[in-house]
Design a protein around this ligand. Structure first.
Ligand SMILES: Cc1cc2nc3c(=O)[nH]c(=O)nc-3n(C[C@H](O)[C@H](O)[C@H](O)COP(=O)(O)OP(=O)(O)OC[C@H]3O[C@@H](n4cnc5c(N)ncnc54)[C@H](O)[C@@H]3O)c2cc1C
Length: 196
């Protein structure tokens, strides 16, 4: 999602973007095939090339000593070498030489701290939807770190509702069970904003 948004903005600013994804189409995890197709159409006039179904294997620095002029080298050095060419390859054998790599590969919550406290981990801290309590008395959790029935919670909107559940549980007020709902997500791909 972030990768598609960034690629779109960078391309609108005139940068040449190569967008790689293990998924076969942009935003595959959150929008219908038709929406992905429309997005690719909206990108048609922009300098974005999308390659789906590819997995990055290596990133290596390219030795430019033989190919770059002295002036380019001087500019590169002044910029702290940030423009040095890198080669990016995929497991299927594709390769590109690029100036910059922006990684937007998502997040995976580390479980070490939760497990060390004896909490049950199921893609996140396992909490009861009725109370947001964990299996350890006196420990509640909410937000991105929790999972309900094995599904990780994400985004801002559910957190406000989780707060009400958690407060009622801690203060012994009448229960306000948290209900999981599918939250609309606004994908800010500027050429074609989408709601997932
Ligand atoms: C680039 C980006 C864009 C996003 N855009 C949207 C959006 O448009 N709409 C939307 O709904 N959501 C969006 N999200 C998701 C949203 O930001 C999260 O769902 C939300 O921030 C989760 O809140 P949280 O308090 O659970 O976790 P966080 O906001 O991640 O806060 C966790 C806090 O815990 C601290 N912490 C971690 N480990 C420890 C430790 N061991 N001890 C003490 N402190 C610790 C961290 O430093 C951090 O301050 C976006 C996220 C990102 C990264």
């Amino acid at each position: 999602m972030i990768g598609s948004e960034l690629a779109n903005d960078l391309a609108l600013a005139g940068h040449s973007v190569t967008l790689l994804d293990v998924a076969s189409r942009p935003l595959e995890a959150c929008v219908a095939e038709e929406q992905s197709r429309q997005l690719l159409q909206a990108w048609a006039g922009l300098p974005i090339e999308f390659f789906g179904g590819v997995q990055v294997a290596t990133v290596t620095k390219v030795d430019q000593s033989k190919t770059v002029s002295m002036i380019d080298e001087e500019v590169g050095a002044q910029r702290g070498g940030h423009n040095a060419l890198k080669q990016i390859t995929t497991h299927c054998g594709k390769a590109w030489a690029v100036n910059h790599i922006v990684l937007a590969a998502g997040l995976q919550t580390p479980s070490r701290l939760a497990r060390s406290a004896g909490l049950v981990w199921k893609s996140g801290i396992d909490v009861q939807p009725g109370t947001l309590s964990t299996r350890i008395d006196g420990i509640h959790a909410l937000g991105d770190c929790v999972a309900i029935n094995g599904r990780a919670s994400r985004y801002i909107e559910p957190i406000g509702r989780q707060v009400r559940t958690l407060v009622a549980s801690i203060l012994g007020l009448p229960a306000v069970p948290y209900e999981e709902t599918r939250v609309p997500v606004r994908v800010k791909t500027s050429s074609l904003p989408l709601t997932a």
